[in-house]
Design a protein. Sequence first.
Length: 280
Amino acid sequence: MSRDGRLAGKVAYITGAARGQGRSHAVTLARAGADIVAIDLAAQIDSIKYKLASKEDLDETVALVEAEGGRCLPIVADVRDIDALDRAAKQTIAEFGRLDIVLANAGIMHISTADESLETASHNWGDAVGVMLTGVFNTIRVTYPLMIEAGNGGSIVVTSSTAGLSGMLDGTGGIAGYNAAKHGVVGLVRGYAKYLGKHSIRVNSVHPMGVATPMVINPEFEEFYNSGENATVVSISPRLLPINILQSQDVSNAIAWLVSDDARAVTGITLPVDAGVTTP
């Protein structure tokens, strides 16, 4: 596979890289010339009903990146564990000698009902916020000092959601946590954009609508959707474009632009990739 060279010599640190959007981002950036650090829990979280990515999925991401001509360092780590992510960041420098791109992408989706117990609501909330807000903070916190030290500038992109712009709630703890996390990372993006700008490190977020990944394309979510319990969570907002669901590549294309020199003057933005769903 021919690499297009836009990101030649760059190294990208990507969480949630074993499958779905993370894998697509890894392959897309590798095709553009980057080497990849692919980080994933590669295990189940007990509050999640659908099957999460496995070590075999992570190995497949490695093979796909290598097929594009890139090097890929796979690391099993939990984004909720800042020490594990710090070790991964140090491994990145040891292996590649630099770090240019950070994609805080890891995400989960809870499937529950509004009559869940308080214990379940609290547990699901904690896991959602842990992965998608604390996990984003941890990812940025362990990587930006290395980027500053290298002095090469860089780009950080956080995966939020249309929920992080317009809101989404169904009365359950997991979706409340998802909604809060996807809003919360916007604050992190704006703050870090101001904090890191003087080092030529750009920080942005992308806000996709539903994406056809295993997080939503799975038997558990399909059963939930068909049960009628989903009215508030997955109600179809008006699209300005005739696109009912995104492909991962749609998001990867936006990220590939954001991390490239073509977007060198772009920082602190919340970029919708949503067929116009959030247009006022």
